[in-house]
Design a protein around this ligand. Structure first.
Ligand SMILES: [Zn+2]
Length: 453
């Protein structure tokens, strides 16, 4: 009796799951998915952004062009409403940068300044180099050997599908400049946070501690150049480096978050938030970071907007300003929309390139779990499985997630992502159109079903 009761209970639970969505809703989701797979059009959107706008460093002329481009693009895709919200911050600019080994074996090096870096004096900084194998080794050093020198943090990033190699290494980029200044160094150079062996240095933001009274320049060497510098240091002779960075932390500028909606027909105040960021680094054209995300979420929204009947809830696409130098647009959105956040039923950002999605993870209350399980069933034909309920929703979702918004992560295969991330080599040819369509298919199913559940 007990066993059959248990069997019955399981059976009921299983049929409960199967009915997370009714038949017409599931049919529409499957049609949207298959339509995206046949050719979503998202590739054309990235091609347009990277060709007509190109690099769009936050606060630059390119960034302004990108905002105008995005408004036009979202209107053309048929969203019900498209608008911008201002975002302000001090802009950072890059003019010229170079580095060379002066002794014992003179050679030029491929280098790039880190975002927010101070410039060097016009004639550059020339000093002896001291190597550390990690940020932690630098922080722990009490010998005084970095004083008056150029500190070199030489930690290599490991390749992984989920990008797990990034976290342990990126602290050298974000915090190394404070540690080096604390030790009396004149400048910081790091091995690029990237998995390639190309001669493209990887930029990215460094966060100067507000308590830091001495702000020193900071830059990254390409991986082969970091290898070279390490070999030169291996000779055990004093190694002198010259660093010239013509960069500046400039005046306050204004740019914008670009927002578009497909208005819900039953509960329009309830929002499914899809995000990506519109800004890019200045070295490449930001095809992967984050032109891909911009195209994926815009196209997913547009496909839902083209349905004969709008979904129950609103789909809101937000193309965030200035993700790269500190989630500035996301923080602005969060403070402007604080009162509405309780009606943001879920948020997800696409900001990890264009690799195929393989897993749906989340951080949601228990009440939303059946809907996510139902969504995974419709995503299964795309090769997507269910992850756990402890994920992040992407960088720009963090401020809202911090204030209680449920989030989902449509995890992309990022095996190659850090070969190109933040380099001059992040260009359109790195985007696989088929993989991009799979991403749109996943996002459109996710967004539509979340808006319908
Ligand atoms: Zn990004």
């Amino acid at each position: 009796m007990k066993l059959s009761a248990l069997f019955l209970a399981c059976g009921m639970a299983a049929s409960g799951l199967a009915q997370a969505f009714d038949e017409p809703t599931r049919t529409t989701a499957a049609e949207l998915r298959d339509q995206a797979l046949r050719g979503s059009g998202a590739y054309d959107t990235i091609a347009s952004l990277t060709t007509e706008v190109g690099p769009r460093l936050a606060g630059s002329e390119g960034d302004k062009k990108a905002v105008a481009w995005a408004v036009k693009m979202l209107k053309a895709k048929g969203f019900d409403r498209v608008w911008t919200e201002p975002v302000r911050f001090p802009a950072w600019t890059r003019s010229q940068e170079s580095a060379e080994i002066l002794a014992p074996f003179p050679q030029k090096l491929a280098i790039t300044a880190l975002g927010h870096s101070e410039g060097t004096p016009a004639g550059g900084i020339a000093a002896e180099v001291v190597r550390y194998e990690s940020l932690e080794a630098l922080q722990a050093d009490t010998s005084g050997r970095a004083k008056g020198k150029i500190v070199f943090i030489d930690r290599r990033m490991e390749r992984a599908r989920d990008g797990g190699g990034y976290g342990p290494v990126v602290a050298a980029r974000t915090k190394g400049v404070n540690a080096a200044a604390d030790k009396g160094a004149l400048a910081l150079v790091i091995r690029s946070v990237g998995t390639d062996s190309d001669r493209f240095p990887h930029t990215g933001v460094s966060h100067y501690d507000e308590k830091q009274t001495t702000r020193i320049p900071a830059a990254a060497l390409s991986n082969p150049d970091a290898d070279l510098l390490a070999r030169v240091l291996g000779y055990g002779k004093p190694t002198r480096l010259k660093l010239k960075l013509d960069v500046a932390n400039g005046p306050e500028v204004e740019t914008a978050n670009v927002i578009a909606e497909i208005r819900g027909r039953e509960k329009p105040e309830e929002v499914v938030l899809l995000g990506a960021h519109l800004d890019s680094w200045d070295l490449g054209t930001g095809a992967l970071d984050d032109g891909a995300g911009v195209a994926i979420v815009s196209q997913a929204g547009a496909l839902i907007g083209a349905l004969p009947q709008a979904p129950k809830r609103t789909i809101r696409v937000v193309l965030f300003a200035n993700e790269e130098t500190g989630l500035v647009g996301a923080k602005a959105y969060n403070s402007l929309h604080k009162d509405e956040l309780k009606h943001h039923i879920i948020g997800a950002e696409s900001d990890f390139g264009a690799g195929p999605i393989y897993r749906l993870s989340s951080t949601v209350p228990d009440a939303l779990l059946p809907a996510l399980d139902g969504i995974v069933k419709e995503l299964a034909p795309l090769g997507i499985s269910r992850g756990d309920n402890t994920s992040s929703g992407g960088p720009d979702m963090r401020p809202m997630q911090g204030d209680g918004m449920p989030v989902a992560e449509l995890a992309q295969d990022g095996t190659d992502y850090f070969d190109f991330h933040h380099t001059a080599n992040d260009t359109l040819d790195k985007v696989n159109p088929k993989h991009l369509d799979q991403n749109v298919a996943a996002y459109v199913v996710f967004a539509y079903l979340m808006a319908q559940h």
